[in-house]
Design a protein around this ligand. Structure first.
Ligand code: PMP
Length: 420
């Protein structure tokens, strides 16, 4: 990894470009691909100089926002669709329709892949997300159904509605009428679908679908390992479905014995307490009363109050050997709680020091990466993920009026003093 020295630019020479390059690395950089699916994955790893210098560690981030759909969910969406195709649940260029409940990123990736492969796409999404997401989804020609954010135990939760719509679509012989909840009647959609050929609704189910974990275990984890040549001390990430954290942790940990895996958890999420104290902060039974959506949080995409099948992969035992002490935390070693204020200031710090314009979950990850660096001490290497760009958050996380209304800061710090 030819990196310039951080304190002395003197003797560093830029790598020369060999137009006849024949190494595998050159081939990777100069790849020519087939269709949009070929653009998914193989994202670069970026060292973040300001965070590295401030902590005395090397802090790297996997630039997942450079996927064509703008997030690591491209990998997940493609893997879910391809797995469904392999098992005959989806047939391209038929009347098959992808259904998903999502806070945005997975919907955008699925809508993009649906266009490329010839599927319909119906996305159910809470109505409190950044406007950019709805705009992108509709421009990608997905049907967008907004619902009120409610508990997962409620049948109107976006995941439950999406599951139900998929079933209805498959069952409906000649037409299907889709109407949003009465309180959202101005957003309601009416879709008539003629029956031609294969008429199958496929509920992608990113929270429970093992293809989500598989995408990160088979792609993102190995890419990180190769990019870092196995030299990293900690991997830090938040969890929305848990697919990223679990897939990468389970690929890397057996190969890097000293690796610390750290969960980055935003305000309102129950996972921090689950990792630190062994219990979910908000037990499922209490979901109706204490819920993440009732907490005014500006972070989108990460933080949950239930153990999804994908997150559960980090709670599975490390070994079937009963004599091995059953670690309380088999695959995740620690958790860092990140406040909204810290996330906002980190995002603004990254702009003022790096010109790096990221979304809220990336900012949470970077706060937790710095905290992990501070705990490990100088000389360690930490890898985290930049999930999406700030461009997808202009009307919310990057909107000054919105932040001011929540008493959150809008300054652009040039030091990490806000983490003291
Ligand atoms: N960042 C963003 C912007 C997301 O949308 C998501 C997924 N909802 C995540 C991070 C978390 O990824 P995962 O679902 O793999 O835990």
């Amino acid at each position: 990894r030819p990196l310039p020295p951080t304190d002395d630019q003197g003797d560093w020479e830029a790598p020369t470009f060999d137009s006849g390059g024949s190494s595998a690395e050159d081939d990777d950089n100069l790849r020519v691909v087939e269709g949009i699916a070929g653009l998914i994955g193989n994202t670069p790893m970026v060292r973040i100089p300001s965070l590295s210098e401030a902590t005395g560690c090397d802090i790297y981030a996997k630039a997942e926002f450079l996927n064509p759909g703008g997030s690591p969910k491209d990998r997940v969406a493609l893997t879910m669709v391809e797995t469904a195709e392999q098992t005959g649940k989806l047939i391209p260029h038929t009347e098959c329709c992808l259904f998903e409940g999502t806070v945005g990123s997975t919907g955008i990736s699925l809508a993009m892949i649906a266009r490329a492969k010839g599927y319909r796409c119906h996305i159910v999404i809470p109505d409190d997300q950044a406007q950019e997401k709805y705009a992108l989804l509709t421009r990608l020609n997905a049907t967008v159904e907004k619902v009120r954010p409610v508990s997962i135990v409620n049948s109107n939760h976006f995941v439950n509605v999406a599951r139900c719509r998929a079933r209805e679509y498959s069952q409906t012989a000649s037409s299907v009428t889709i109407t949003s909840s009465p309180s959202e009647s101005h957003h309601s959609h009416r879709t008539h679908v003629a029956l031609r050929g294969h008429h199958q609704g496929y509920f992608a189910d990113q929270f429970e679908n093992p293809a989500n974990f598989a995408a990160h275990f088979n792609q993102t984890g190995p890419e990180i390992y190769r990019q870092m040549r196995g030299q990293l001390d900690a991997f830090v990430a938040g969890a929305g479905t848990g697919g990223t954290l679990a897939g990468i942790a389970r690929y890397l940990k057996p190969r890097i014995p000293q690796l610390k895996v750290v969960l980055a958890d935003p305000t309102g999420s129950g996972l921090f307490h689950r990792i630190k104290h062994g219990v979910l902060y908000t037990p499922l039974e209490a979901e109706g009363t204490r819920r993440r959506h009732q907490v005014d949080t500006v972070v989108e995409g990460i933080g949950i109050n239930r153990i999804t099948r994908n997150f559960a992969k980090v709670l599975e035992p490390r070994s079937s050997n009963a004599s091995t002490p059953a670690a309380a935390l088999p695959w995740v070693d620690d958790a860092v709680h990140v406040t909204d204020e810290q996330a906002v200031l980190m995002a603004r710090y990254l702009v003022s020091t790096e010109g790096l314009f990221v979304g809220s979950s990336s900012a949470v990850n970077c706060v937790a990466a710095v905290r992990t660096a501070q705990q490990l001490g100088p000389g360690h290497t930490i890898v985290t993920v930049l999930c999406d760009s700030g461009q997808r958050h202009l009307t919310k996380f990057w909107n000054d009026e919105y932040l001011q209304a929540l008493n959150l800061p809008t300054s652009f710090p040039d030091s990490l003093a806000f983490l003291d």
